[in-house]
Design a protein around this ligand. Sequence first.
Ligand code: AMP
Ligand code: ZN
Length: 115
Amino acid sequence: MDCIFCKIISGEIPSEKVYENDTVFAFKDIRPVAPEHILVVPKKHIANIEEISLEDSKVLSDLFMAVKEIASARKLNDKGYRLILNNGKAAGQEVFHLHLHVIGGKDSLGPMISR
Ligand code: AMP
Ligand code: ZN
């Protein structure tokens, strides 16, 4: 499958890995919008929310537990951080492999969305 995040997970495309376990992989976003901008992705290829099913329940909870570990290890939880999931075209989803943006590392991240 021609998926850039699958290739990052397999190591075919290099990335700055920050975390990995059996089901989850996390790496630095190549175009950071804040001092810390990490993408947390399931190793299983799931395009977006529309493709998740009940059998992905564990993977999805693993994703959030990984966020918690990463935030704690990198001290993002001191100041707080933002999670973004762009789902589909209108949201600007560029890569159709489910991922959470973990954004933080500064005192204020500004308003949630621009209007
Ligand atoms: P989204 O718009 O939510 O699909 O976001 C895709 C994100 O992937 C963007 O923030 C990109 O900067 C990031 N991205 C694309 N290619 C790479 C790459 N090779 N390594 C790291 N991040 C990437
Ligand atoms: Zn993929």
